[in-house]
Write a protein that binds this ligand. Structure first.
Ligand SMILES: [Zn+2]
Length: 151
């Protein structure tokens, strides 16, 4: 059985053995919300499985735990591991980049994990990183950057 690491929006974090990879995410023992699995922290007690790929990554802002920094970083690591593995095992490769958000301001230019993680690394905060990415997509955003101070 795989052991999964979970993190809830309320801050609770816990581990749980699940019958299979397809098991539904459990409820948070602290607040009762449905929690998100941290994909980078899986310990296997059964057979090996490749890291999750772009098709399995959450594709909405809600799905990223509203830009939960740790969750986004875990996905980025997972996707990087997958990409490294795909260099050796081409059957694991996917053409497209994993999308972290494609709603609202990202409808025309989806936000990729690569971009989100890059911006989060600069600002230290995935939510702020996403806000910066959204600002960068606004028309006329080219001169709204460094000159105006810290917005
Ligand atoms: Zn909770």
């Amino acid at each position: 059985m795989p052991l999964f690491d979970y993190r809830c929006g309320c801050g609770a974090r816990f581990e749980r053995l699940q019958p299979s990879w397809r098991s539904a995410d459990p409820d948070c023992p602290a607040c009762g919300d449905t929690v998100h699995r941290l994909p980078g922290s899986v310990a296997l007690t059964g057979s090996a499985r490749p890291p999750a790929g772009p098709d399995e990554a959450p594709t909405s802002w809600e799905g990223t735990g509203r830009g939960d920094r740790e969750y986004v970083a875990a996905w980025r690591r997972t996707l990087e591991n997958r990409q490294r593995l795909a260099e050796k095992y081409p059957e694991l490769s996917t053409k497209r980049d994993a999308i972290a958000a494609h709603e609202g301001r990202f409808e025309r230019a989806p936000l990729t994990y690569r971009e989100l993680a890059g911006r989060a690394a600069t600002s230290g905060d995935a939510t702020r990183g996403a806000a910066e990415a959204a600002r960068a997509r606004r028309p006329g955003a080219a001169n709204a950057g460094t000159s105006g101070g810290d917005a």
